[in-house]
Write a protein that binds this ligand. Structure first.
Ligand SMILES: Cc1cc2nc3c(=O)[nH]c(=O)nc-3n(C[C@H](O)[C@H](O)[C@H](O)COP(=O)(O)OP(=O)(O)OC[C@H]3O[C@@H](n4cnc5c(N)ncnc54)[C@H](O)[C@@H]3O)c2cc1C
Length: 395
């Protein structure tokens, strides 16, 4: 890994900075990425259109599908600059951009690429991921949703759970069992399902931070055309694992975490003399803040490692798991430090007039619990690193 920009990366970085300066909406001070995205939805849509016009929604995708054909390293430079300047990023497109799209590029047919990629790149189509079920999470291959061939369609019955964005999505990437007699990894097929199909019932689930992000999805005789299979019938498991590698590569932004630690430090400095900073009564928080700053530098190194592999045309595997594990656990430590810095006031949530920082630290802490579950739990990531990275036998 070379830590200095290559000439074409340096030129590209300048172009990105200039574009942000002239075109981007002004950064919303103090808001998290998610809050900034929602707070100025209309203005942000206009900004995403400008990004799409440059091919910068999915910069490394091939030009023929609407990408800019840039290298993965240039894509990284773009993301880094967007994060550094705190301008909104299209996080609502994450499943299409970071998982469904790349999987369709690798395993899909030419017709599927032409049909689905332009909508993702234009910033219009939100996707969701129908993998988990009530009895199949870490042990995903136990999934029970059934797809039975009927003429040119498959008829799908079953239930998905924890489906992020299903209430907003146009399409779902769906795993269903097509051969119940085969060994469990071998009878699964990977489908693209139109969320407007008759027979789909989406019910909201609220998370413990009080947000509606995920849902239960009930499938009752939903018909999906056979052309919507990604890859081959009964071989969906292998495409699904590609999606998970992409998902884990995309999770966690080292720059975002650094900015969060810096904003905690800034708050502690500004509120040194009032009772909403616990620094005076708990000086150990100083050490915590120093540790968090050191740790975000390590997180940055993990990001560089993954992007370097991607730039060589490789799909990071246990390396993506290492990054996912480290970054999400670090995100939780940062959230805890942020809360401790506020002392007892840290417990006040959004809506309380006494809540420091408008209750954001409390919300971030509550939301951070999910980081080490979504995209595969920390225990599962440790198993992957132990087996595939260290070559240890299965337990
Ligand atoms: C915010 C959020 C968003 C999500 N979004 C989606 C989505 O959009 N689409 C989707 O399909 N899913 C989604 N999920 C579901 C997520 O992928 C699952 O929750 C996750 O894979 C864990 O599965 P589970 O909840 O069934 O827990 P379980 O698999 O039942 O695990 C329970 C506990 O046992 C441990 N455990 C399980 N197996 C092992 C093992 N072999 N070794 C050691 N420990 C083990 C786990 O680490 C965990 O602590 C989301 C989850 C969250 C929290």
């Amino acid at each position: 890994m070379d830590f200095v920009d290559q000439p074409e990366e340096g030129t590209f970085r300048k172009e990105v900075r200039q574009f942000i300066e002239t075109e981007a909406p002004k950064a919303a001070k103090g808001l998290s990425g998610e809050e900034a995205l929602i707070a100025n939805w209309d203005e942000n849509q206009a900004w995403f259109k400008k990004l799409a016009g440059k091919g910068w929604i999915a910069p490394a995708w091939p030009v023929e599908y609407g990408g800019a054909g840039l290298t993965t390293m240039q894509q990284f430079v773009l993301n880094e600059e967007l994060a550094l300047h705190r301008v909104p990023r299209p996080m609502h497109l994450i499943i299409g951009l970071g998982m469904a799209g790349p999987t369709i590029i690798v395993h899909g047919t030419e017709e599927q690429r032409k049909a689905y990629l332009p909508g993702i790149i234009a910033g219009q189509d939100i996707w969701c991921q129908g993998y988990s079920e009530p009895e199949a999470g870490s042990d995903l291959a136990s999934l029970q949703t059934r797809a039975v061939r009927d003429g040119d369609d498959y008829v799908i019955n079953g239930q998905k759970i924890w489906t992020s964005l299903a209430h907003m999505a146009k399409n779902m990437i769906l795993l269903a069992r097509t051969d119940p007699d085969a060994p469990k990894h071998k009878g699964i097929t990977y489908f693209i399902m139109d969320m407007k199909s008759p027979g789909i019932n989406v019910r909201p689930l609220m998370n413990m931070a009080g947000s509606h992000e995920f849902n239960e999805v009930f499938l009752d005789n939903v018909r999906v055309p056979k052309e919507n299979i990604i890859g081959e019938e009964n071989r969906g498991w292998y495409a699904a694992m590609t999606t998970l590698d992409f998902e884990r590569s995309a999770i966690g932004s080292a720059i975002g975490m650094k900015q969060t630690v810096e904003s905690i430090i800034e708050y502690a400095r500004e509120h040194d003399s009032d009772h909403t900073s616990a620094l005076k009564v708990n000086p150990m928080i100083r050490y915590e803040l120093t540790d968090r700053l050191l740790e975000v530098e390590i997180a940055r190194m993990f990001s560089y490692r993954v992007v370097t592999l991607q730039n060589r045309g490789l799909i990071p595997n246990y390396e993506a798991s290492m990054m996912k594990l480290y970054n999400t656990e670090l995100n939780q430590r940062i959230a805890r430090t942020g809360l401790r810095m506020l002392g007892l006031y840290g417990q006040l949530d959004r809506g309380s007039e006494f809540a420091p920082n408008k209750g954001r630290n409390c919300y971030t802490f509550l939301r951070s619990v999910a980081y080490t579950i979504e995209g595969g739990t920390s225990e599962v990531q440790r198993n992957i690193v132990a087996q595939r990275g260290l070559g240890l036998p299965r337990d």
